[in-house]
Design a protein around this ligand. Structure first.
Ligand code: TXA
Ligand code: MG
Length: 305
C-alpha cells in the first residue's frame, strides 16, 4: 500500500496544516515535510523514517526574507551564500531563533535553513505560508529518494500525501555550510560546489573534514544492500566487476558528473532491485560535483565494508 500520489498543492498544504506528512519534490531529493512549528507533526517525521531524535532537520522556507524569522541573527557568511545561491541546493546552519522547536534542532543552538528551487516545493511553501521541516524522504540509513516511486516504496502509508514532481534534477542532497563558526565550514558537499562556496566567501571556508560535524552524517550512510566497491577508471571497474562475479554491476558516468549525480541513487536502488551482490562505482576526481559524489560513494562503500 502506498499513500495517495498527485500534484495537488492545495491538498498537500491542507495535509500539512492538519499536522500531516507530505513528501515533496525538491531539486536535490524528495523531502518528508511537516509543519516546522508543530511538535507532534515533526515527531511523526522521526517515527516514519526510523530516525534517531537527536538528528536535526533542515527548515525549508519560501524565500530569503522568510528565513529571517527562523534565525536569531543571520551571520554575514550565511547572508552572502543565501543571496547568491537561493533558491537552490544550499543549506546554511545559523543560530536558531527562539521560536524554533527542539524537535527540529535536536536541542541545538543552531538551525539549518534552505530555500528549495523546485517549482512544486516553492508553490507548496508559498501556499502553506510557514516553514517546513524536511529530511530526505527515505527510511533511516537508506539512500535518498529521487522519484515519487522511491518515496512510495520506502515509506508506504507512513506519509499522508506524495506530491509528485518527477525525477529530481540534481539528485544528491544540498550543500551544507556551517555559518556559526569562523571560518565557515562545509559540512556536506553538494551541487553548490566546494569551489563555489570558497569563491563566494573569499576563501574563508574550511572543507568538510574526515569526521564530519553534521550530526547524523555517519560514515555508514547512503548504503544500498549490495556491497559497494570503488574504482577510479572504467578499466579498473571492469576488472573489479569480473573479480566479483556475475552479479556485480558497474555504475557511474565520469564523462558527465551532473548525469552521474542525477542518477546515482536510482542506479543504487536498481542494483538492489536486481539483486546485485556488488556495485562497482566509479569514483570521480575531487573537484566540482566530484566532491559530493565522492562523499556519498565513500560512505556507501564504508557501510558495506
Ligand atoms: O537536499 C537536502 O538537503 C534534502 C532536501 C529534502 O532538502 N534534505 C536532506 O535532509 O538531505 P537530511 O535530514 O536527510 O540531511 C540533513 C543533514 C543531516 O545530516 C543533519 O544532521 C544536518 O543536515 N543538519 C541539519 N540541521 C543541522 C544543524 N543545525 N547543525 C548541523 N547539521 C545539521
Ligand atoms: Mg537524509
Amino acid at each position: 500500500m502506498s499513500a495517495p500520489i498527485g500534484d495537488d498543492v492545495d491538498r498537500a498544504a491542507a495535509v500539512l496544516r492538519a499536522g500531516g506528512l507530505v513528501a515533496m519534490p525538491t531539486e536535490t531529493v524528495y523531502g518528508l515535510a511537516a509543519d516546522a512549528d508543530n511538535p507532534a507533526a515533526v515527531a511523526r517525521i522521526f517515527a516514519a523514517k526510523g530516525r534517531p531524535a537527536d538528528h536535526p532537520l533542515i527548515v525549508h522556507v519560501a524565500d530569503g526574507p522568510g528565513a529571517h524569522g527562523w534565525t536569531a541573527a543571520m551571520p554575514p557568511s550565511a547572508a552572502r551564500l543565501a543571496e547568491l545561491c537561493w533558491p537552490g541546493p544550499l543549506t546554511v546552519v545559523v543560530p536558531r531563533a527562539a521560536r524554533v522547536i527542539d524537535a527540529v534542532t535536536g536541542g541545538r543552538a543552531t538551525v539549518g535553513l534552505r530555500v528549495p528551487a523546485h517549482p512544486l516545493a516553492a508553490a507548496l511553501l508559498t501556499r502553506f505560508g510557514g516553514g517546513l521541516a524536511a529530511p530526505s524522504a527515505n527510511r533511516f540509513g537508506a539512500v535518498s529518494p529521487t522519484t515519487a516511486e522511491h518515496v512510495a516504496g520506502d515509506l508506504g502509508l507512513a506519509v499522508d500525501y506524495i506530491l509528485a514532481g518527477g525525477a529530481c534534477p540534481v539528485g544528491v542532497e544540498s550543500t551544507i555550510v556551517d555559518c556559526t563558526v569562523t571560518p565557515a565550514q562545509i559540512l556536506r558537499s553538494g551541487a553548490i560546489t566546494d569551489e563555489q562556496v570558497r569563491l563566494i566567501l573569499d576563501g574563508a571556508v574550511a572543507p568538510a573534514s574526515g569526521a564530519s560535524r553534521a550530526p547524523g552524517m555517519l560514515a555508514s550512510h547512503y548504503a544500498p544492500r549490495a556491497g559497494v566497491v570503488l574504482a577510479t577508471s572504467p578499466d579498473e571497474a571492469r576488472h573489479l566487476a569480473l573479480a566479483h562475479g556475475p552479479d556485480a554491476m558497474v555504475v557511474g558516468d565520469l564523462g558527465n558528473l551532473a548525469r552521474y549525480a542525477r542518477l546515482l541513487y536510482t542506479w543504487l536502488r536498481a542494483a538492489d532491485d536486481r539483486g546485485a551482490s556488488t556495485i562497482v562505482a566509479l569514483l570521480p576526481p575531487a573537484e566540482g560535483l566530484g566532491h559530493a559524489l565522492r562523499d556519498r560513494l565513500v560512505k556507501a562503500a564504508a557501510a558495506s565494508a
